[in-house]
Ligand binder design. Structure first.
Ligand code: AHM
Ligand code: MG
Length: 342
């Protein structure tokens, strides 16, 4: 019989000493909430919940009904368990401390309830991304503040995503490699279907939105130009392009068979700091990518998980995936004279 998520977590707790009981509960609760979100997405128009809310979130993006519902599903599932000190999400402007009437725990949960929400109405792949930090020790006995969340990604104790596609999967790391669990709908349980996922260092596949080409910096433009030139260009090999409009979907492909994913900052005023959000998109994905042997940078040489956030909704440019290609992107970013030097 395949291993369940619960068995995996118990083993992590016992054997690897990587899993305090509160963290185990947290992951089980998040995984259960993802089942509910997946079920709701899967029902599609039957629930009447497709389409937008006709209002914007803190990012200035129009919220889909499912963005809001999924945010509440995760919030309500996690609030009462006694494992969290506070939560924060893409869809909430401010942090949500655990109310006084409920027991408080030692963890902070940061999440993007639906990543790639423009895919919802077209039955494309979407996901839920989450990151787990520890509340600072001095936070016990006082109110948790946004400043308590502003820790670099290297301090994450766990991260993962659920991907709602042809299969519903949970991809998870508690710092001991990357594991995947498939949702068995009849049984209603997560069963382990991949262990120690690794990203091959080399690849012939890239993911970037070509729609933004005219705004790219020269390094990104010449890197992608050389990939697209294929066999006739300096790389001497053909590359394939995939773009799903959902980072979770693109990252899952990278984790499964390698690839490089780029969402770089660019010359537009609202894109100078990138598009993806550091705390609930870039950091958890970077944690998984590094745990799988890949690299995750801001597009230059800066490791995503080294960035000390200065705000909950901070954005960042992102290049991640197969180590050889991410390193190449960094080389292309160096000034031309440095590249020319012996
Ligand atoms: P979201 O969380 O609001 O859906 O935004 C994140 C998504 C990523 O999943 C995806 O890579 C990117 O935004 C696509 O954005 P765009 O279509 O604007 O290029
Ligand atoms: Mg998102």
């Amino acid at each position: 019989m395949r291993k369940s998520l619960t068995q995996f977590l118990v083993e992590q707790q016992r054997l690897e000493n990587a899993m305090p009981a509160q963290l185990r509960l947290l992951i089980e609760v998040v995984a259960r909430a993802c089942k509910v979100i997946g079920h709701t997405i899967n029902k599609g128009a039957i629930t009447g919940l497709l389409g937008s809310m006709n209002r914007e979130n803190i990012q200035g993006e129009v919220q889909k009904q499912l963005d809001v519902i999924s945010n509440d599903i995760l919030l309500e599932a996690n609030e009462w368990g006694g494992h969290l000190a506070a939560l924060a999400s893409e869809e909430m402007e401010a942090i949500h401390p655990i109310p006084y009437r409920l027991p408080k725990g030692e963890y902070l949960l940061v999440y993007d309830p639906i990543d790639g929400s423009s895919n919802i109405d077209v039955n494309g792949v979407v996901g839920t991304i989450f990151s787990v930090l520890k509340a600072p020790e001095n936070a016990s006995g006082r109110d948790v503040t946004e400043a308590d969340f502003l820790q670099p990604g290297s301090r994450q104790v766990a991260a993962g995503y659920a991907i709602y596609g042809p299969q519903t999967l949970l991809v998870l790391s508690v710092g001991t490699g990357v594991y995947a669990f498939s949702l068995d709908r009849e049984m209603g349980s997560w069963v382990q279907t991949a262990e120690r996922m690794t990203i091959p260092p080399s690849t012939r596949e890239f993911a970037i939105s070509m729609a933004n080409q005219r705004f790219w910096n020269p390094g990104v433009a010449s890197y992608i130009g050389d990939l697209v030139a294929g066999k006739d260009g300096p790389r001497g090999a053909d590359f394939n392009m995939r773009w799903m409009g959902s980072m979770v979907g693109d990252v899952h492909r990278v984790l499964t068979r390698g690839g490089v994913f780029l969402y770089p900052s660019d010359s537009r005023a609202n894109m100078r700091s990138g598009k993806l959000r550091l705390m609930y998109e870039a950091n958890p994905i970077a944690f998984l990518v590094e745990q799988a042997g890949g690299l995750a940078t801001d597009g230059g040489a800066r490791r995503i998980m080294d960035i000390v956030p200065d705000g909950l909704h901070q954005r960042v440019g992102m290049v991640l995936g197969s180590a050889d290609e991410v390193s190449k992107v960094i080389e292309y970013q160096k000034p031309a004279q440095a590249l020319a030097a012996p």
